[in-house]
Write a protein that binds this ligand. Sequence first.
Ligand SMILES: [Fe+2]
Length: 179
Amino acid sequence: MAQIRIRNTNERIENEDQVLEFLTKQNVLYEHWDVSKLPSQLYEKFVLSDEEKNTLLSSYDTEIRDLAERRGYKVWDIVALSEATPNLPELLKKFEQVHTHTEDEVRAITAGRGIFIIKGDEQTGYFDVELSAGDVISVPEGQPHFFTLMDNKAIVAVRLFIEPAGWIADPYEDPTFVK
Ligand SMILES: [Fe+2]
């Protein structure tokens, strides 16, 4: 289940209803997929063959199509990152810069953990959303953010797009952001 940390105050929000309420107020979609739908051979598996990726997508076909239909997403794929990923440190360095996109950034976590750092409204400032398997999030278009891994350095997530070209990162220079 997702947990929030508000950076300015260090306040944590861990109660599920309050997490949902907070994210909704910040225009961030937050939902859940049933983790038990994942075939057991894919539990906490971070290096996936094409066949395994297809199995994973089939397992959540209903959820993917439902979300796509509601939000206008047209294509989807799987991202799998772990210490087995070539150049992971360089990749993470590139990830860890605040940016925006011209379309939503959607992630449905199916294994491992990840963290979105998102710029909230003026009063809230930046906040972290720590995600684990079953969490589904959509950061709205134009909202400054970045995504990175957590200490376990491993994640598998379904990504949905309107079109992949719309997901190119535009750097967002923000002197108020402190890592
Ligand atoms: Fe992004």
